[in-house]
Design a protein around this ligand. Structure first.
Ligand SMILES: [Zn+2]
Ligand SMILES: [Zn+2]
Length: 239
């Protein structure tokens, strides 16, 4: 039986869609689930009705321990072009606990495989980006070998996103892409991050569909960084 200590890709009402839950609602739920470390990662300002730069600036004032849960405050930053431009300035990203970078339709139209790969790799090379969000999205074809090698070079995690793999997911039939990412991580003995991408409390720590794939391909449990909050924090702060 797998047991996991962290989920660092979650959204509250502040992201502007799918939920009315506040940070407190998220923490209350997380404290009942066995999660030890919860990361709040609201969408960057280029997603309509999401947080402004000043919201992210104030995240450094938020308490790091609440109801026994170690809290991290980050951002799911948007990649805006194939040069890897991002929608938060570095002086804000550097004061957040971590940033994920992802591609979303309101912010960037899908390019060729070469263009999408270049966009991700430029984001990976940004020193404030620590995680690539849902690189499995079929709308943005990617060269996964080059993506994995860049991630390893820059000490960035690739995410297996449970919402993508859910039957009601909206990123297309992502399973083959996630399988490819996992096989590369297995080959290179590089850790992978499981994320719920929960909008609101209800899916915090829920990795059901990611785990189904992990079991199907017999992916080694020791390469899942969610096993230990301590191991994840060591990864995050030892670039
Ligand atoms: Zn996203
Ligand atoms: Zn998200």
């Amino acid at each position: 039986m797998f047991s996991f200590e962290l989920d660092v890709h979650t959204h509250t009402v502040s992201s502007g869609h799918y939920t009315h839950d506040t940070v407190t609602d998220m923490i209350k739920y997380a404290s009942q689930t066995g999660i030890k470390l919860l990361g709040i990662s609201e969408h960057g300002p280029a997603i309509p009705h999401s947080c402004t730069a000043s919201y992210f600036r104030s995240q450094s004032l938020a308490p790091s321990l609440r109801m026994g849960i170690h809290m991290l405050y980050g951002a799911e930053v948007n990649i805006l072009d194939f040069a890897g431009s991002l929608d938060l300035p570095e002086d804000i990203m550097k004061n957040l606990d971590y940033c994920l970078a992802g591609m979303h339709l309101p912010c960037i139209k899908p390019g060729s495989l070469e263009e999408n790969t270049a966009a991700y790799i430029h984001a990976i090379e940004n020193p404030f980006i620590r995680i690539i969000a849902h690189p499995d999205d079929v709308k943005y074809p990617v060269d996964y070998r080059r993506l994995a090698e860049a991630a390893m070079d820059c000490h960035v995690l690739l995410e297996i996103n449970n919402s993508s793999l859910s039957p009601d997911g909206y990123r297309g039939d992502v399973k083959e892409n996630d399988r490819t990412i996992l096989e590369l991580c297995r080959k290179y003995r590089y850790p992978v991050l499981l994320s719920s991408d929960s909008h609101g409390h209800s899916n915090i720590g829920n990795f059901t569909y990611a785990l189904a794939l992990i079991r199907e391909i017999n992916f080694p449990e020791e390469l899942i960084i969610n096993r230990s909050a301590e191991q994840f924090l060591r990864f995050l702060y030892n670039r």
